[in-house]
Ligand binder design. Structure first.
Ligand code: GDP
Ligand code: MG
Length: 734
């Protein structure tokens, strides 16, 4: 931004480089600058642009001097005004060693908006809390130590007009400049589920094309595409136009999505979350009194007084979570019964119309009982997604994160681990794949790794139908409560495993964190419906593709190889002899008489099949957990995708079913199977919650950690943990 000669001179003056003074208009920058430099100041224009530029020499108390530059006053670093463009170019291109951020303390909230943006650019800051005199007059008090703790920045109380605090601010800035050489790790804050989901991909593109990455952090550049910043995008286009097209396309897609679901746009969401970050800092005991920030106490703040209250907050959270399951199950039970009834009818109808044989078996047992079992849960899942969409769109989800944050540090996780947990199914119904990817917002590699490895314990949308099926059978009277407890058990497992990992193989210090609290919004019905449908459609699509494919494979493994001819003849002979002995009886009476033989034959067929033999071989290991060979096959298939547990059991029970059972649902069949005990069901529920992540999640873990080792760790550690828990549960309850 300066001409080359000026820039060079500025950096030669001191080993610390030059110090810039930044802040909102009228925060007292020029007053401070004049106090620092006395008469020795230059006034001029920034080359090519007519914005006044001031620089001068300041003397420190130890006799050394440092060059100061007074930046134009701005509220923001977006490219809306010339001042903003100039300010951020000086910060990025000329790189001051450190910046004294002059704030009007009485309106701290608004003033910190610029600070957040400088931190996001990776600029080392000293916060100069100016106009302390006025703030005191207004009855505003600030807990400076707490503010330092929360932001990790040096904060100095100042009155620029009298010079109070200015020396200290400058000394700290010079110190910071020597320590950081003008660059710190940029601040990374969450921008909510929609933007966080696309940012990793955008950052990848920015880094690959090297778009201004020598000057700005790559995440910052990516965000400029979301903010449609003409200045930055124009400069990037000159570097790699094709990459910019891709970035712009992603940005346009998110924008369209935000417009249709939340009736908002990326810039507004970004601003919301920045203010959310600021709010959570200054509300949490930093600022008290009667400032402008408090005059603006809106509904949002009043709600937060209750919803994020230390005591009430967690209680309300638990009630919300329980209520969600309660309504899901109470309301969802009716459409659910109709739908499973429809599938049973379909299966029977096709069964009657088609001739016996492998094709009929494939369609009724393999596809309808398998995939239909998974699709049967669509109404329940849809109702749950509807409520989750409401919690997300309203802004409550961010509060959940805020409340949980307090617990996290203890377990060696980071506050930013919460979003990945929630995305992974922490409130139920998420997916570990984006959850693991969402851990990218974590800067500390150790905390990130601990998060990635524990996200799969959450109750993702694929585990939900398994839980619903078995709690519906074995916990008829308190199904919502048990679903609720399973969700909490997932959290407990994640936290405890994290504690274990962080005190053994991934030990390390925690890093500071502030949680964003964007304002509450009344969600629109259309927005919630779109979100609900998007997720439900994902579920249906998965059932119709991946689950269908796996179901057919598993059906084949359960059907072939067929019984040897000798055994088939044996069953045929038995039937023939009964028919012969009861000559003259009707067909119905005959089939009732041969039912036992049919049963024995289909059971034998299953046991003889590839899957049957594998499942039986596994029984030696799984017996203490109470899993029979059918459950073994279901759980093995569940590593491909957790819904497969349901579809496999559906197929197994359907293949083994007698004529009399043909119109029964999987739930009824399991209920009537005397081999299924309460203890087995509890063991299965816990095992499903904890055991190995599905294939796609495992692949994502490999990608995100960059190591095959962590893939195998997840696969086997979780398996062993789940097995141990299941055995204990089964033995205790048996
Ligand atoms: P700039 O726009 O950031 O350069 O702000 P100025 O330095 O021009 O200051 C704006 C107004 O605030 C001026 O009237 C200053 O006298 C006044 N001012 C600056 N610092 C303080 C302070 O610490 N306390 C009070 N009460 N007023 C101040
Ligand atoms: Mg000024």
């Amino acid at each position: 931004m300066f001409d080359d000669a000026t820039s060079e001179r500025l950096h030669k003056d001191t080993e610390a480089g030059f110090i810039a003074i930044a802040g909102n208009p009228n925060s007292g920058k020029t007053t401070a600058f004049n106090r620092y430099t006395g008469a020795r100041q230059h006034v001029g224009n920034y080359p090519g642009i007519t914005v006044e530029k001031k620089e001068g020499l300041a003397h420190l108390s130890d006799g050394s001097t440092v060059t100061l530059v007074d930046l134009p006053g701005t509220y923001s670093l977006t490219a809306y005004s010339l001042e903003e463009v100039v300010a951020r170019r000086v910060l990025a291109e000329d790189r001051p060693g450190a910046v004294i951020d002059v704030l009007n303390t009485s309106v701290l909230e608004r003033n910190l908006y610029l600070s957040v943006q400088m931190l996001e650019m990776g600029t080392p800051l000293v916060l100069c809390l100016n106009m302390m005199d006025e703030a005191k007059e207004r009855g505003v008090t600030i807990d400076i130590e707490r503010l330092e703790q929360k932001t990790g920045l040096k904060c100095v109380a100042a009155v620029a007009r009298s010079g109070e605090g200015l020396d200290e601010a400058l000394t700290e800035a010079v110190k910071l400049s020597k320590a950081t050489k003008g660059r710190i790790d940029p601040l990374v804050i969450s921008y909510g589920p929609d933007l966080d989901a696309v940012l990793p991909r955008m950052i990848e593109l920015v880094e690959k094309a090297k778009l201004l990455t020598d000057q700005y952090p790559s995440r910052w550049v990516a965000m400029k595409f979301l903010e449609k910043d003409k200045d930055i995008i124009g400069r990037c286009r000159r570097i790699d136009n094709a990459a910019c097209d891709q970035l712009a396309a992603i940005a346009a897609k998110v924008e369209a999505h935000l417009r249709s679901t939340l009736n908002t746009y990326p810039e507004a969401v970004i601003a919301d979350y920045r203010y959310g970050w600021i709010n959570s800092i200054i509300k949490d005991g930093v600022l008290t009194g009667d400032s402008e920030a408090f005059e603006r106490i809106a509904l949002s703040d009043k709600l937060d007084k209750i919803l994020t209250n230390r005591l009430l907050g967690p209680i309300i959270l638990l009630v919300v979570l329980y209520a969600m399951y309660f309504f899901t199950i109470e309301v969802g039970q009716y459409p659910n019964d109709w739908l499973s009834g429809a599938f049973d009818w379909l299966s029977e109808f096709i069964g009657d119309k088609m001739a016996d044989g492998p094709l009929k078996s494939l369609i009724t047992a393999g596809i309808i009982s398998g995939v239909g079992g998974v699709l049967g849960f669509v109404p329940l899942i849809m109702i749950m997604f509807f409520m989750i969409a409401f919690l997300e769109d309203s802004g409550y989800m961010a509060r959940v994160a805020y409340i949980m944050d307090r617990v996290f540090r203890f377990f060696g996780l980071h506050g930013a681990s919460i979003m990945p947990f929630i995305i992974g199914g922490g409130i139920a119904g998420g997916c570990a794949v984006p959850g693991v990817m969402g851990a990218r917002t974590l800067r500390s590699p150790k905390e990130r790794l601990a998060t990635i490895l524990t996200v799969p314990f959450m109750t993702c949308g694929a585990k939900i139908p398994v839980f619903l099926l078995f709690t519906g059978i074995f916990f008829k009277d308190n199904q919502p409560m048990v679903m609720f407890i399973l969700t909490l058990a997932g959290w407990a497992a994640a936290l405890l495993v994290s504690l274990l990992l962080r005190s053994t193989i991934i030990r390390g210090e925690p890093t500071p964190f502030v949680m964003e609290l964007p304002p509450y919004r009344l969600p629109t019905l259309a927005g919630i419906c779109i979100h609900t449908w998007e997720r439900t459609w994902q579920y249906i699509k998965k059932a119709g593709t991946i689950i269908l494919g796996i179901s057919i494979l598993i059906w084949a493994a359960m059907t072939f190889p067929d019984l040897p001819d000798s055994e088939m003849t044996m069953y045929d002979n038995q039937r023939a002899s009964i028919t012969a002995a009861n000559e003259g009886k009707s067909e119905d009476e005959l089939s009732a008489l041969t039912a036992d033989i049919d049963n024995a034959e289909s059971a034998e067929k299953l046991r003889h099949s590839l899957a049957g033999r594998l499942g039986i071989a596994m029984e030696t290991v799984t017996e203490p957990a109470g899993f029979d060979w059918r459950t073994n096959i279901a759980l093995l298939g569940g590593i491909a995708a957790k819904e497969v547990v349901i579809s496999t059991l559906g197929t197994a029970y359907s293949l083994g079913a007698t004529d009399a059972e043909e119109d029964q649902s999987l739930a009824e069949r399991i209920e009537n199977d005397s081999n299924w005990k309460f203890s087995n069901a509890v063991a299965l529920l816990l095992f499903t919650l904890l055991y190995s992540p599905c294939f796609v999640t495992l692949a994502m873990i490999r990608q995100e950690t960059g190591r095959w080792g962590w893939l195998f760790f997840s696969l086997f550690f979780n398996l062993i943990l789940a097995y141990a828990v299941a055995v204990v549960a089964n033995q205790l309850l048996a």
